[in-house]
Design a protein around this ligand. Structure first.
Ligand code: C5P
Length: 407
């Protein structure tokens, strides 16, 4: 489904990412859609209303008390005539105003008055994104049914690194297209909070060296995105991975298994938890505070290892009331898949287990394709060769069936 024939009300708020709104407008128009823009007072410092008006082929609006326009098309009409309202960039400030129902300018008045779905693309400094007040506001807005795309993790204009960078215009267009493809019906996982762990963990030896593995995070990212598309509120806890920025999810980056365990505990309660991370089984017991130096004889250091917590088993064995209704694990094996998978399901105490064969030459670790043996209690089914995205969609369909009472 494309944006052809769709009319988008684009609210541009005042952040450095406002310049990307120009590309977004062009992409929507290239796809056959039309755009009416509203600029907040702050946005006018970052992009010129004239540029936006010229691009959109209609005046970019800012003033709430513009009598000529109110006489022609009032703010209520403005907010309702669109097929979708997109806030990009959505600063911490406009999100706070939206979460609290403020209507102190044209942008927030339209947002409060609208009965049209709203999609927001947050953009802010990483500390602002992680601030408890922003967390609360995002939570409130999700509950109110606001959709989110991004933010991404990366270098920021302020020189810091982290989550808070606005999704790229192509990603925002993708989320807009997804919205129209889904139609107006309720999404099956709306109102469900789901934790996903993903990627490898990185266990330090000293400040510059670590023990890790080759997990790309591809499967976890595909699952998180598929869950978000079905309306779930996803808490994505990821080690340092190549694929670590699923659209529309809360992204919680961690390094070590111990940090991942703490992040999972902090993300509870949840309706379901899916453990795709390739957690290191051991960590160096006493990482050095300074870089280990080679001595004259270049003797190898004697590293002592200690076991990492089993995060999945810990959550699966939580008392009722604290335990998510569904706890789902993965198993990567190199032979005897079914036997190992059955044992693992029982030993860990999870509800479902997805096992795959990662023998050398299978290309599963880090690759796009896999073959899942799915264990649901006593039942075992072979899903056959599939892409990791297809696995994600099938798993998410199972979850949706479960929560609808059908599985
Ligand atoms: O025991 P094994 O590592 O094979 O188990 C794999 C499953 O357990 C995966 O779902 C993985 O994410 C999870 N796991 C975990 N914490 C660990 C080890 C594995 O959550 N320390």
């Amino acid at each position: 489904m494309s944006v052809a024939g769709k009319h988008i009300l684009l609210i541009i708020s005042g952040g450095i990412a406002a310049y990307k709104a120009i590309t977004l407008i062009r992409l929507i128009q290239k796809g056959g859609g039309t755009v009416q823009a509203i600029l907040t007072e702050g946005a006018r410092h970052f992009v010129s209303p004239l540029t936006i008006s010229t691009l959109c082929g209609r005046p970019a609006l800012s003033e709430l008390f513009d009598l000529t326009r109110e006489a022609q098309i009032g703010h209520i009409e403005l907010s309702r005539s669109a097929d979708l309202v997109v806030v990009a960039p959505a600063t911490a400030n406009i999100l706070a105003r939206m979460a609290n129902g403020l209507a102190d300018d044209l942008a927030t008045t339209c947002l409060l008055a609208t009965i049209t779905p709203v999609l927001a693309a947050p953009a802010m400094n990483v500390r602002m994104w992680e601030a408890p007040a922003t967390r609360r506001n995002i939570e409130t807005l999700r509950r109110d049914g606001i959709g989110f795309v991004g933010p991404d993790e990366g270098d920021m204009a302020c020189g810091e690194y982290g989550a808070g960078r606005m999704a790229e215009p192509e990603g925002i267009l993708g989320a807009i297209e997804d919205h129209f493809a889904r139609g107006a019906g309720p999404r099956p996982l709306a109102g469900k909070t789901i934790i996903v762990t993903s990627g490898p963990t990185r266990e330090p030896i000293d400040p510059v060296r670590y023990v890790s593995n080759a997990s790309s995070g591809r499967q976890g990212t595909a699952i998180a995105e598929a869950l978000a598309r079905q309306g779930a509120h996803v808490r994505f806890i990821t080690g340092p991975a190549e694929f670590a920025a699923p659209q529309g999810c809360d992204i919680i980056p961690v390094q070590t298994a111990v940090e991942m365990e703490a992040a999972v505990k902090a993300a509870l309660p949840a309706h379901a938890a899916i453990f795709t991370a390739a957690v290191a089984d051991w960590r160096v017991a006493h990482p050095a505070n300074a870089k280990l130096k080679k001595d004259a004889a270049a003797t190898a250091p004697d590293l002592e290892f200690t076991a990492n917590p089993d995060i999945l088993a810990g959550v699966a064995q939580l008392p009722q009331g604290e335990r998510p209704e569904l706890v789902i694990g993965f198993a990567a094996e190199t032979g005897n898949l079914e036997t190992h998978a059955r044992n693992k399901l029982a030993r860990k105490g999870c509800d479902w287990l997805l096992a795959n064969d990662v023998s050398p030459g299978s290309g599963v670790f880090g690759g796009t394709d896999t073959r899942i043996l799915f264990l649901d209690g006593e039942k075992v089914s072979d899903w056959g060769p599939q892409t990791k995205r297809e696995v994600a969609d099938r798993l998410v369909q199972h979850l949706a069936n479960h929560f609808a009472g059908g599985a």
